[in-house]
Design a protein around this ligand. Structure first.
Ligand SMILES: N[C@@H](CCC(=O)N[C@@H](CS)C(=O)NCC(=O)O)C(=O)O
Length: 204
């Protein structure tokens, strides 16, 4: 059995969707950031980084969203949530790692500037760059990565729920998402999927 530790509307969302799409058996453990559940000793013993998601598997704990997505894709191979060629899988990893290492970090500069500076003016300067940086990220995704109808083309993969998370951030980050019709259409396609609808009930 798998256990997903999650907080609502966070990077745990794509992992939750992937588990649902895979038809996996899993338990959910909700952490409330407002209560600092993610910083309590019980959770830090599971993930010393104090972040979500974390997935407890029969082989041990996994953290980092791209790793969890790749794991789910491989363990539940019949669901075909990852490309089955080395190049295709590397392309999916390229996309997911771009979201994790660049896009998520650009987004985090809005509320999490204290990770990088203790200086209030520096944190404000970081916040001021969020719209520009996220717009540039969206432009790259729109032009280079999102093949359509799904990120990897005809095959729905673990890249899709991850893009869905980012698409949900754009407006709040000040991005004019009407400039990105492929991302908007992809978001609508995601919202129409029963697995996504079922998972979103846990994240409202
Ligand atoms: N690199 C990690 C980032 C995880 C992460 O930063 N998650 C956020 C939620 S989206 C979090 O747990 N934030 C809590 C905090 O910063 O205190 C991943 O891709 O899983």
């Amino acid at each position: 059995m798998l256990t997903l530790y999650y907080a609502k509307g966070t990077a745990a969302l794509p992992v939750h969707i992937a588990l649902e799409e895979a038809g996996a058996g899993y338990d959910l453990h909700l952490l409330e950031f407002a209560n600092k559940d993610h910083l309590q000793p019980g959770y830090l013993a599971i993930n010393p980084k104090g972040r979500v998601p974390a997935l407890v598997t029969p082989d041990g704990v996994l953290t980092e969203t791209p790793a969890l997505l790749a794991y789910i894709g491989q363990v539940f191979g019949a669901a075909k949530l990852i490309p089955d060629t080395p190049f295709g899988f590397a392309q999916a990893q390229e996309f997911n790692l771009y979201l994790a290492a660049t896009v998520h970090v650009a987004h985090a500069h809005k509320h999490r500037g204290a990770r990088w500076s203790d200086d209030a003016a520096s944190q404000e300067a970081m916040r001021a760059k969020v719209t520009q940086n996220m717009t540039e990220c969206a432009a790259l995704i729109e032009a280079r990565y999102l093949q359509g109808p799904w990120v990897m083309g005809e095959q729905y993969t673990v890249c899709d729920p991850y893009l869905f998370l980012v698409a949900r951030w754009l407006k709040g980050d000040g991005v004019d998402d009407s400039a990105f019709p492929k991302i908007l259409a992809h978001r609508a396609r995601m919202e129409a999927r029963p697995a996504v609808q079922a998972v979103l009930k846990h994240h409202d």
